[in-house]
Design a binder for this molecule. Structure first.
Ligand code: FES
Length: 134
């Protein structure tokens, strides 16, 4: 990087890339409608998060949904005891203790059917705001 202009361009490209994860995000035509963040930290990896990601990608491809739903490998969310963690934006759904055998249900019920899989949702509620901690 050699100039402020390059840095600004890099920043603008990154901001566009993660815009779907902003609080007021709306799906943009031609762009993925969902970002699925799969934790690849040490704890989640030891609990099969790599296999979860592979199965998610394979099933999305075979269903022709890979252009609409983007699976993204992330670092540790800091919630290792609840892993593997899978977060879905802009829905703000945070799944915990996900297993590879849950992938089909998440895709069919949530990504296609629009109904999050309640049994996997982390439901930590902030006592002050009564909002979900994400
Ligand atoms: S390793 Fe996944 S939350 Fe820490």
């Amino acid at each position: 990087m050699k100039s402020w202009n390059e840095l600004r361009q890099l920043r603008e490209a990154a901001a566009k890339e993660i815009a779907l994860r902003n609080p007021d995000a709306q799906a943009v035509p031609g762009e993925p409608r969902l970002h699925v963040l799969v934790c690849a930290g040490t704890g989640c990896t030891s609990s099969s998060s790599q296999l979860i990601m592979e199965q998610m990608n394979e099933q999305l491809c075979s269903r022709g949904l890979d252009q609409q739903i983007r699976v993204i490998k992330t670092g540790c969310f800091g919630l290792c005891q609840k892993g593997p963690i899978v977060a879905v934006y802009p829905d703000k759904i945070f799944y915990c203790h996900v297993k590879p055998e849950d992938v089909t249900e998440i895709i069919e019920q949530h990504f296609i059917g629009g109904q999050p899989v309640k049994r996997l949702e982390m439901n930590d509620i902030d006592e002050l705001t009564q909002e979900k901690n994400l």
